[in-house]
Design a protein around this ligand. Structure first.
Ligand code: 5AD
Ligand code: SF4
Length: 423
């Protein structure tokens, strides 16, 4: 979502500012920050410290901190770091142009949650588009998982109107986009208003977007198991454009830990969703987030996570050591594992998950796949792209490629990518 936000921030200031390659050439430096895990704030402070020489040389230089660290730290940031000129929370960056043009030395602090104004001011017209483009359709979260800062930094759940999203997708497709990645902290809780003033869910929105001719692929992230409704599951079978990919974080396989995390589902309910999906789309690429070392996680709890992983067989995954977040409920549970125990569990889990990724990718060897090209690879004649199962793919071409979409025959599979030959 920060990639999307950064693109939109750039678009808002494009009338007066353009992007430069190095902070040395800049009149404004904006740090867009993430606060999901520990140490983010410390990183931001140390990064800003590096700009002190630049500030001395260029009296006009503005240093602005945006995103969730700004939201969480608030005024304390200005007190601790005099080099910062302004801070803007994630729902207020529509005011960035005014802040950049403000010639007074006023230090602006904009931390309200004003999603509606933000999206209506930003408008639906897009200047920055690529073959796969992000669109935020929903923001914030009302779920309050006990480990998570998102409800505090991104605010309450908010869904954009379907028409606004349709117009934005259409605008991206006019500029060469062929795949949209619909974003939300709780994307499958989407419940926006359509043009007839009726509330529609994510499945309804995807059906609307699928009417855009130039749009070939649609995907969405991140979903919550509790909002994985039948409409959406069925759409995975019925829609030609919806990618056979789902990122559905389970976090843990232990029912006790899930309860303490306030996830409001059991491992059995999670497995039932997976079962329903696989009946509709047998080779769907399933992805998940995991947290190891949540306060009080016993060896048995961790074993339950391993058992769930072995049962599901994930195609992709992201796993993290639990980190304490001030203000969250879990931060008050006094039963922390040692760093060593957490490291050990993470390693064991990641070994199993990596093997699963490899096994999934191996099922593609010998198959013909369509790849959207995302850019050049490490070698001169190398390109990288993605499949509709969201796998990274690498291939070579000695000829200059005229298109941004190719067909490949997969020749081998690694843990994190496929290697293919151009057909
Ligand atoms: N500690 C570790 N991981 C966390 N995540 C969110 N909060 C924490 C935390 N306090 C992980 C979850 C979430 C992903 C985006 O980040 O797995 O799904
Ligand atoms: Fe955080 Fe996701 Fe839980 Fe919301 S549903 S509190 S964003 S982990």
């Amino acid at each position: 979502m920060n990639v999307y936000d950064s693109e939109r921030m750039l678009e808002t200031v494009s009338k007066t500012h353009n992007q430069v390659k190095s902070p040395n050439d800049a009149d404004a430096i904006l740090l867009n920050t993430c606060h999901i895990r520990e140490k983010a704030a410390e990183k931001v402070y140390s990064e800003i410290g590096k700009f002190s020489d630049l500030k001395r040389k260029n009296k006009k230089l503005k240093v602005i901190v945006a995103g969730c660290v700004a939201q969480a730290e608030g005024n304390a940031m200005l007190q601790r770091q005099p080099l910062i000129d302004s801070i803007i929370g994630p729902q207020m960056y529509q005011h960035l142009p005014d802040i950049l043009l403000d010639e007074s030395k006023k230090r602006n602090v904009l931390l309200d949650f004003n999603e509606q104004e933000k999206f209506s001011k930003l408008g639906a017209k897009r200047n920055i588009a690529s073959i796969s483009s992000f669109i935020t359709i929903q923001e914030g979260c009302d779920k309050f998982c006990s480990f998570c800062v998102v409800p505090f930094t991104r605010g309450a759940e908010y869904s954009r109107s379907a028409q606004e999203i349709f117009n934005e997708a259409d605008s991206l497709c006019q500029k060469g986009c062929k795949e949209v990645i619909l974003l939300g902290q709780n994307v499958n809780a989407y419940h926006g208003i359509n043009k007839n003033n009726k509330q529609i869910n994510l499945a309804g929105l995807i059906k609307e977007l699928a009417k855009i001719n130039k749009l070939e692929r649609i995907t969405y992230t991140t979903s919550h198991p509790r909002d994985m409704n039948d409409d959406l599951i069925e759409l995975h079978e019925d829609s030609e454009k919806l990618n056979p990919y789902l990122h559905l974080p389970v976090q843990s396989g232990s029912d006790d830990i899930l309860k303490n995390m306030n996830r409001k589902y059991t491992s059995k309910q999670y497995l039932e969703i997976i079962d329903k999906l696989r009946k509709k789309v047998p080779n769907i690429a399933l992805s998940s987030d995991f947290i190891v070392g949540f306060p009080g996680e016993t060896k048995k709890d961790f074993q339950d996570t391993l058992n769930l992983v072995k049962e599901v067989k994930f195609a992709q995954s992201y796993s993290f050591k639990y980190s304490r977040r001030i203000g969250t409920k879990a931060n008050r549970i006094n039963c922390m594992l040692t760093e060593e125990e957490k490291n050990e569990r993470l390693q064991v889990l990641q070994m199993v998950l990596n093997k699963q990724k490899h096994s999934y990718n191996k099922t593609f060897v010998g198959k013909r796949i369509e790849v959207f090209i995302k850019g050049k690879g490490k070698k001169d004649n190398q390109y990288r792209g993605t499949t509709k199962w969201m796998q990274s793919t690498i291939f070579e071409s000695n000829k200059h490629l005229e298109t941004n979409k190719v067909n490949l025959k997969v020749k081998s599979a690694m843990d994190n990518c496929l290697l293919g030959d151009l057909i």
